[in-house]
Design a protein around this ligand. Structure first.
Ligand code: ADE
Ligand code: ZN
Length: 337
């Protein structure tokens, strides 16, 4: 393992907590809840993780989330993720959760929040990892369903910093959720959205202009629109890029073809993230390592990506400054190349 990458202080801004459900924990929770999985072994589960696009992944991801029923399940899921990233010096994380995946199966919104929130509090006190929680609406469902979910979330405003948009992108543009996001902003939530993962650059413009997002999740297809690339560079609206996810879901055929270095060189606020680490072959360290190997990034470029992760976070200016200083003292021990 690359010691520099693992020990680099970093933040994660794009992680679906349901996507951190490792096969071992899936089996344990299924057993606890008296459920039978459609897989006979952990190896069988892992060999099913071959995807040709986003939808082929989402089908398995939603089916697997069905084991999650109780607050204890959501606690164990979140705690497992936090324990893992503690070993990778991830100092701050902003976690997505998909309430509709659970409420549509009869699991209460309150149950989901209770388990995740308790683990995040323990993550702060026991592991020193700070965090924020982001509620994602499933874009393949209706705007009415999203609005109902938002109404449920208002009671938990103190625990949820932002709302986002995920799931099947093509055919579900950000404009579909304009009214939902407007109400969310009026209620004090920040906004983010997945855009330009499989969908066109025009979806990124819609997310910025109609949903008023603070960050774009993925956003890699911005490269098809030169005016957009210039706008993103000048505004520093961050992209939360997920390299291993992009290769696993065939957005890029190989890591060598990933465009994140080109975008970084153009001055965009690119950050590195794991998306669904249990499905795509790794957490934050593995993602950094894969781009370092695939794109030949220098220590200085890796440092810039880590710095961007704090800049792009929803931390306060004082908290950001503290992490910049921590990063600079870390960097002083290493050569830049
Ligand atoms: N939900 C979980 N992972 C996702 C991804 N990569 N894109 C859209 N929705 C998701
Ligand atoms: Zn995602």
């Amino acid at each position: 393992m690359n010691h520099f990458i693992n020990q680099l202080p970093k933040a994660e801004l794009h992680i679906h907590i349901e996507g951190s459900l490792e096969p071992e924990l899936m089996f344990k929770i299924a057993q606890r809840n008296g459920l039978t999985l459609p897989f006979a072994s952990i190896d069988e589960i892992k060999s099913a993780y071959q995807f040709e696009n986003l939808q082929s992944f989402l089908d398995i991801y939603y089916a697997s989330a069905d084991v999650l029923r109780t607050a204890e399940d959501f606690y164990d899921l979140t705690w497992g993720y936090l324990e893992k990233i503690a070993t990778q010096n991830v100092r701050h994380t902003e976690i997505f959760f998909d309430p509709q995946t659970h409420t549509d199966r009869g699991v209460e919104f309150a149950t989901v929040i209770k388990g995740i929130d308790q683990a995040l509090q323990d993550g702060k006190s026991q592991l020193g990892i700070s965090s924020h929680l982001i509620l994602c609406f499933l874009r393949h469902l209706s705007a009415e369903s999203a609005m109902k979910t938002l109404e449920n979330a208002i009671a938990y405003k103190d625990k949820i910093i932002a709302v986002g948009l995920d799931s099947s992108e093509l055919g579900h543009p950000p404009s579909k959720f304009q009214a939902v996001f407007e109400r969310a902003r009026n209620q004090g939530f920040l906004t983010v959205a997945h855009a330009g993962e499989e969908g066109p650059a025009s979806y990124i413009w819609e997310a910025i202009n109609l949903l008023k997002v603070s960050r774009i999740d993925h956003g890699v297809r911005c490269i098809e629109d030169e005016t957009l690339v210039e706008f993103l560079a000048q505004s520093r609206i961050p992209l939360t890029v997920c390299p291993l996810s992009n290769v696993k879901l065939c957005v890029f055929k190989t890591m060598q073809e990933h465009t994140l270095k080109k975008l970084l060189d153009r001055g965009l606020c690119i950050t590195i993230n794991s998306d669904d680490p249990a499905y795509f072959g790794g957490y934050l360290t593995e993602n950094f390592q894969a781009i370092q190997e695939g794109l030949g990034l220098t220590n200085l470029e890796l440092y810039q990506l880590a710095k961007n992760s704090f800049e792009a976070s929803f931390l306060s200016p004082i908290e950001k400054e503290k992490f910049y200083q921590e990063l600079d003292s870390f960097m002083a021990q290493y050569p830049s190349q």
